[in-house]
Design a binder for this molecule. Structure first.
Ligand SMILES: Cc1cc2nc3c(=O)[nH]c(=O)nc-3n(C[C@H](O)[C@H](O)[C@H](O)COP(=O)(O)O)c2cc1C
Length: 141
């Protein structure tokens, strides 16, 4: 059975791509081994992540993510059974939009800045959907 889970959290790592790359390399290896795919957004001091995979694998990963010192205030957005994955080719894509990226954010949030606490579940999912087919993700298969 496939499960999808999304959450947001406050990032405690710097905006330097190196720091995120450092943990995402091993994370992608883990994900490949356990059949997890998804997308991680790192923007304006927030993480917003979508995980998809076998129910036990996603639950196990979420349990360890919640305890990770690199972020705090981990807040579940939604979790549920799915028929198919949104990002079957991304062992964990990383998107780091420019700090304001008002163009995209005004589509999905009440203000032009990124604040996942202000976003509805359908808006969060629509934001993820807007990255389906994004050529930047092909590097993360
Ligand atoms: C924002 C964020 C996203 C992460 N995403 C993943 C991921 O997709 N897969 C993964 O294996 N670890 C990910 N990690 C790292 C995990 O929290 C954890 O360090 C890793 O699963 C190893 O856990 P373990 O030491 O309990 O085995 C992420 C960490 C953070 C802070």
């Amino acid at each position: 059975m496939l499960l999808r889970l999304s959450y947001f959290s406050r990032s405690l790592v710097s905006r330097s791509p190196d720091e995120v790359d450092a943990f995402l390399g091993p994370a992608r290896e883990n994900n490949r081994a356990s059949g997890i795919t998804g997308l991680l957004l790192h923007v304006d001091g927030w993480f917003l992540q979508l995980l998809e995979g076998e129910r036990a694998a996603v639950s196990q990963l979420y349990n360890s993510l919640v305890q990770d010192y690199r972020h705090c205030e981990v807040t579940l957005v939604e979790a549920g059974e799915i028929r198919e994955r949104k990002f079957p080719n991304a062992a964990m894509g990383l998107i780091t939009p420019s700090p304001q990226c008002p163009g995209r954010m005004i589509r999905f949030g009440p203000a032009g800045t990124f604040n996942p606490t202000m976003m509805s579940v359908p808006s969060v999912l629509a934001l993820f959907d807007s990255f389906i087919g994004d050529t930047r993700l092909s590097a993360f298969s």
